[in-house]
Design a protein around this ligand. Structure first.
Ligand code: NAP
Length: 233
């Protein structure tokens, strides 16, 4: 059976991707710090507690998984955090936390899994953001981590395409998930003003289902209309 690993598998987009991949008959391993927040269980879902910012834990958990499965077909680098506001108000620890979660962890995880992904001619799917492509007032540091992931994905595909590895970067705009639980803004509830995590999971499936020989390297998802809700404190 084909094996997938999804980071940030306890919530939002990652959890929808897990469900989608299970529906496509993958055995799915998920990394996150806290699976207590989801009631989702399935015989083909294997949650593993892993803080991706702890590089030793990330490497050890991944090696344990590869030892158990002996293969990896799909890696989804989805775990991510965002802190927003005027740049001088974002604590250096939060900046470091974003860089480590959104950029360092995917690069490390890809390094650890690449031999297996070359063997399976598998997929690397990186969850960037439209913030990687457009200037975002009050989100410069977050956007920079996603722009780094975008750039890394482009270079990586140039490096590994001859090995048969497919590298896909997704750029979702505002998606209705718990990502906005701690922010002072959120996507507008009107359905044309946000995209859904299910739509992002569908895009992942579309990239995986593409005919062999054609690679969908980038997918941008935007809501039909622009609408942001400011939360009152
Ligand atoms: P979410 O519901 O908050 O999910 C984030 C996931 O990342 C959770 O499963 C969380 O699990 C995991 N995570 C965070 N830090 C982690 C760590 N140190 N180690 C392991 N797992 C960690 O948000 P989401 O919207 O689904 O976000 C998923 C990805 O999409 C992120 O990369 C985000 O930047 C990107 N994205 C989101 C939007 C949006 O509008 N929502 C738009 C564009 C891109 P634990 O807390 O249990 O560890």
């Amino acid at each position: 059976m084909d094996i997938a690993l999804v980071t940030g598998a306890s919530s939002g987009i990652g959890l929808c991707v897990v469900e989608k991949l299970i529906g496509m008959n993958y055995k799915v391993y998920g990394f996150a710090r806290d699976f207590a927040k989801t009631a989702f269980t399935h015989v083909k879902f294997f949650p593993m507690v892993c803080d991706v910012t702890d590089t030793n834990m990330l490497v050890n958990q991944t090696q344990a998984l590869l030892k158990e499965t002996g293969r990896l077909d799909v890696l989804v680098n989805n775990a991510g955090v965002g802190f927003f506001g005027p740049h001088e108000t974002i604590h250096p620890e939060k900046i470091e936390h974003m860089v480590n979660t959104n950029l360092l962890a995917p690069m490390v995880l890809i390094q650890v899994t690449l031999r297996h992904l070359k063997k399976s001619e598998g997929f690397i799917i990186n969850m960037a953001s439209t913030a990687a492509l457009e200037p975002g007032r009050f989100g410069g540091a977050y956007g920079a981590t996603k722009a780094g992931l975008h750039q890394f994905g482009q270079s990586l595909f140039a490096e590994v395409r001859k090995s048969g590895v497919r590298v896909v970067t997704l750029y979702p705009d505002m998606t209705m998930t718990p990502f906005y639980d701690e922010t002072d803004f959120a996507p507008h509830n009107d359905h044309p003003c946000h995209i859904t995590p299910e739509c992002v999971a569908d895009a992942v499936a579309q990239a995986i289902n593409q005919r062999e020989g054609t690679v969908i390297t980038q997918i941008v998802l935007k809501p039909q209309r622009i609408g942001v809700e400011r939360k009152r404190n």
